[in-house]
Design a protein around this ligand. Structure first.
Ligand code: AMP
Ligand code: ZN
Length: 119
């Protein structure tokens, strides 16, 4: 069922504490942790505790948690001291766009020049 844990999902396992992660922030509805393969000096992933495969299914199924996800990304940016200089929130959606983990996650990227348009 939408929002329920998926036993085969890596990020559900991180939420459950079954897979270790470098957690930087936790809220009632979200968890933020450092990406294992950082693409920038700041590269944090923000996920909802609830399992939704992508950003749109989260927005449709749990819009308040979708808002929490973005708010948590903003707090992460403040704590990482990149809020003033700027950061990018990326929500890869679908394998063709580079999504490899199908538990929605917002990448918070900063600390280097970020090209536009993105690759
Ligand atoms: P995406 O390609 O948008 O689905 O992003 C998945 C991200 O998860 C990649 O940037 C990976 O480096 C990251 N990742 C995969 N496994 C882990 C893990 N165990 N802990 C932290 N980040 C991970
Ligand atoms: Zn999951």
């Amino acid at each position: 069922m939408a929002g329920e844990p998926d036993a085969n999902c890596l990020f559900c396992k991180i939420v459950a504490g079954e897979v270790p992660a470098t957690v930087v922030l936790e809220t009632e509805t979200t968890v933020a942790f450092r990406d294992i393969n950082p693409q920038a000096p700041t590269h944090v992933l923000v996920i909802p505790r609830a399992h939704y495969p992508d950003a749109v299914s989260l927005a449709e199924g749990a819009p308040l948690i979708a808002a929490d996800l973005l708010a948590t990304a903003g707090v992460v940016a403040e704590r990482e001291k990149v809020a003033d200089t700027g950061y990018r929130i990326v929500l890869n959606t679908g394998a063709g766009a580079g999504q490899t983990v199908f538990h929605v996650h917002a990448h918070v990227l900063a600390g280097r020049g970020l090209e536009w348009p993105p690759g």
